[in-house]
Design a binder for this molecule. Structure first.
Ligand SMILES: NC(=O)c1ccc[n+]([C@@H]2O[C@H](COP(=O)([O-])OP(=O)(O)OC[C@H]3O[C@@H](n4cnc5c(N)ncnc54)[C@H](OP(=O)(O)O)[C@@H]3O)[C@@H](O)[C@H]2O)c1
Length: 292
């Protein structure tokens, strides 16, 4: 692996950025891990793994300039559920602008959705705006487009008990096929993509390790965990407010909308991408859901 190559990883203390940083470090890359709070435990943990942890705020281009200087590649991720979707776009554009300024050779962008306009889903439309901006800049980039993270079934940070098991099924329907990917697999895939810029620049990669309906997922959960997923009631309007009027429209859209259910392209990049069964067994045996 090109050990002299530095990758600046945005959102490194988060799910996707953390997975990418760890995967790159395992493969011998130099990682600059960006965070607003280098003192937080998740940032220190990356430092112990060998990352260079740097303070940076995606709202502040000058801090990005310092963080990206000398980096050959950038991993870009924003979270509109934290920042709001206008700021998600602004941050994504800031990262792209500064990547262009410093002459980064490759940017891997954590996208989502179908890649097509008009769904009306704020987090998907925000990413299309950022991608259009990157195209206008003629930036060499690859879009990773995972659909649902398997962590939605288990990670407490996602309110899985109420969201995934109670609110999602009536909106999308129990039997619609959902493309799933484990977040750690985003890390492996990003590392593979960064290692072969000549292959992946310009590509838009829909990602799924498995395709399962919510009914199938519940049955697997029951079989592997030996119990039903626990749920508790929450009014739809309250969940809608917590999730910034993004997740409920998305789950409603999935009832009728068409998403790619192909896992072949993902397996071509990462043959060991987890299935839902593998993921749940890992959570049961190693407590993977508690990692984040
Ligand atoms: N849930 C799903 O199934 C799913 C599927 C596909 C795509 N997505 C997309 O995934 C994205 C979220 O990714 P994630 O789960 O990895 O996010 P995450 O775990 O919330 O991590 C985001 C990180 O960004 C950093 N951050 C936040 N504001 C910042 C700022 N102003 N400047 C610099 N850093 C900042 C935070 O680090 P510090 O606090 O340390 O600075 C945080 O650790 C969303 O855009 C969502 O649409 C989600």
């Amino acid at each position: 692996m090109p050990a002299e190559n530095i990758v600046a990883v945005c959102g490194a203390t988060g799910r996707q950025g953390g997975a990418v940083a760890r995967s790159l470090l395992r493969s011998g890359w130099k990682v600059r891990a960006l965070t607003r709070r280098p003192d937080r435990e998740s940032a220190r943990a990356l430092g112990r793994l060998g990352a260079d942890v740097v303070r940076s705020d995606m709202d502040d281009p000058s801090s990005l300039r310092r963080a990206f200087e000398g980096a050959q590649a950038i991993f870009s991720v924003q979270n509109g559920l934290i920042s709001g979707f206008e700021r998600e776009v602004a941050q994504g554009r800031n990262v792209a602008d500064v990547a262009k300024e410093v002459g980064a050779r490759h940017l891997v962008y954590a996208s989502a959705g179908t890649g097509e306009r008009g769904t009306g889903i704020p987090s998907w439309e925000a990413k299309l705006e950022v991608e259009e901006h990157m195209k206008r800049l003629d930036l060499p980039f690859t879009s990773l487009r995972p659909r649902a993270f398997m962590e939605l079934m288990t990670d407490k940070g996602y309110y899985p008990a109420v969201g995934t098991w109670r609110i999602w099924p009536p909106l999308t329907g129990e039997d619609r096929p959902i493309p799933w990917l484990a977040v750690d697999d985003v890390g492996v895939i990003a590392q593979t993509v960064l290692a072969q810029p000549e292959v992946y620049i310009g590509q838009d990669l829909p990602l799924a390790g498995d395709v399962r309906s919510l009914r199938e997922c519940r049955a697997l959960y029951r079989e592997i965990m030996g119990k039903d997923p626990r749920t508790f009631p929450m009014p739809m309007w309250l969940f809608d407010r917590f999730t910034k009027r993004d997740v409920i429209p998305m789950w409603r859209w999935l009832r009728m909308g068409t998403v790619s259910t192909d896992t072949g392209a993902t397996r071509a990049i990462h043959p060991q991408a987890l299935t839902v069964r593998d993921w749940l067994v890992g959570v049961r045996d190693q407590g993977q859901a508690l990692v984040h």
